[in-house]
Write a protein that binds this ligand. Sequence first.
Ligand code: SF4
Length: 246
Amino acid sequence: MPSSPSSCEKPRVAVSACLGFRACRYDGAILDCPTLSSLAGRVEFVPVCPEEGIGLGTPRPPIRIVRNGGGERLIQPSTGRDLGGRIEDFAEGFLAREGALDGFVVKSRSPSCALRDTKIHSSLHDETQVDRGEGWFARRVRTLRPHLPRIEETDLEIPPALEDFLIEVGLLSWLRRLRPGDGKKGIAAHRAEAQPYLARRNPRGNSELERLRKEHRTLGDEAFLDLYRTVFLRVFTEVRKEPPRS
Ligand code: SF4
């Protein structure tokens, strides 16, 4: 994982709290996730449970995404409550409160946290699954912070996926800590670290960053850092290929 030579601070990674941090799953369980635990020395975890966060309590009746009439809703079938708006508000508040985050590790299959494989139902009580998609909280986070790398806990077991995730959160963390006083040398060091990853994942964007310094030689350190940050985040965001829910 890349790290700024001048910084020993770890990337800040939000994580679904039921993945070993709190017994907050709907049934009161806490899940064992040894690979995640093994990363504790390399990243700073920020646990979050959106369902507890909106006051549902633990244990609680499960919730589900229902698609009918052309739209989707996040519903608790036992009470009929529509919780989508509250989860979205919670996501906005969480991101505003936490500020600097460099990535997310989320629980697969959850109607709140999953990236791609939560069940989508056709009705409140029918078990028929009409599709699979993204959890409600995860979707709001993606909309508000599209550059943030995200990974499900099951993908942590795939070495190339884990390696890429650690590269991504390390690059974002470093970018966040760059200061105008680091000068063009500091930016060049970040650029050099990012180059192999971007050359592999976004060659066109990588070339654009390569040209940046030549094309903007006369900019001062602060203006160049602003420009580098903007272009880097756009290029970096283009790498995110997670499919939307529908
Ligand atoms: S999957 Fe998300 S909402 Fe469900 S218990 Fe875990 S952290 Fe909470």
